[in-house]
Write a protein that binds this ligand. Structure first.
Ligand code: TA6
Length: 290
């Protein structure tokens, strides 16, 4: 199949009453993104099985964060700065800049530029792009930020991916053995033990990495494994609220903490520094493995 640029209007759709982009690869793989926050809310492989968790109680309204999928955290992770938790990018409307279908899959580029709204909160000129490519059993999410101003800027960021699982207690995450992490629940720095990460209680950790070392993780469940790779994102956040915190989240059914594990590609420990005119990118790739 020759490369083709899709008619942008043909991929625009609605999802729960909100403007969205629907991607369909020639092999049947699919993805849906909300324009608000450039938030992926669905990824299905060729077999039609949903790979991302999205809460049935998610709220779809201007300025409201949607529980599930892949929220884009920018320019501030968590409350590590003066901005609202996890920054403003996930609650602002992005625009669809480009869409394309080729034998390599279906791709969309969504864009967010600094505006009066962002400048009032964060005094930096920037252009951010989220590029999503879906094909076969693979999802690539690339986040790029350019400093379009004339002064340096720095930020923290994450792709806050909610991976759908059948039962979180029966999953294990491999690839973080022996890595230093911050336990965000206690504030303590700790060293991971010898085994893989398993979840049978609340977990909220930032595994520190090295900017030059890409990371590959395996999320194992009975009968299936998801390969999670990250490039240029040094850190990895692992989060599950467990029962008590989940019960306090109005937009999450109380037992749904069992249905997901957040595995987030992140740049937190060393904020990304960009001189005027410089750009940075980071990528998370999810692949179903047999
Ligand atoms: O990335 C982990 C985390 O920062 C947790 O501490 C947790 O509260 C979560 O994100 C969800 O944040 P949100 O603002 O979407 O409820």
């Amino acid at each position: 199949m020759s490369e083709a640029v899709a008619d942008i209007s043909s991929v625009l759709t609605e999802f729960n009453g909100r403007p969205a982009v629907a991607l369909q690869a020639p092999d049947g793989a699919q993805a849906v993104l909300l324009l608000q926050g450039a938030q992926l809310v669905s990824w299905r492989g060729r077999d039609g099985r949903e790979r991302l968790y999205l809460s049935e109680r998610a709220v779809y309204a201007d300025g409201q964060a949607v529980r599930g999928g892949v929220p884009v955290v920018f320019p501030q992770f968590e409350r590590r700065g003066p901005l609202q938790r996890h920054g403003f990018a996930r609650v602002l409307p992005w625009t669809l800049a480009h869409a394309e279908v080729s034998r390599d899959g279906a791709l969309a580029v969504l864009r967010l530029e600094s505006s009066d709204t962002t400048l009032a909160q964060w005094p930096h000129a920037f252009a951010a792009e989220l590029t999503v490519n879906v094909s076969d059993e693979r999802l690539d999410v690339e986040f790029e930020v350019e400093n379009t101003g004339d002064a340096p800027l720095s930020f923290t960021a994450a792709l806050h991916t909610y991976v759908r699982v059948q039962e979180v207690e029966e999953t294990s995450l491999e690839g973080l053995r022996g890595q230093t992490y911050l336990d965000s629940l206690t504030g303590r720095e700790a060293m991971q033990g010898l085994g893989s990460v398993t979840v049978d209680a609340e977990v909220d950790r930032i595994y520190w990495g090295h900017p030059e070392h890409d990371r590959m993780l395996l999320l194992r469940e009975p009968g299936r494994t998801l390969v999670i790779e990250q490039q240029n994102f040094p850190d990895t956040v692992v989060w599950n609220p467990w029962a008590e915190k989940a019960a306090a989240l109005a937009d999450l059914p109380p037992t749904d903490f069992r249905r997901f594990l957040c595995v987030e590609a992140a740049a937190i420990g060393e904020p990304v520094q960009l001189a005027a005119g410089e750009a940075w990118w980071g990528r998370q790739t999810l692949r179903t493995s047999v």
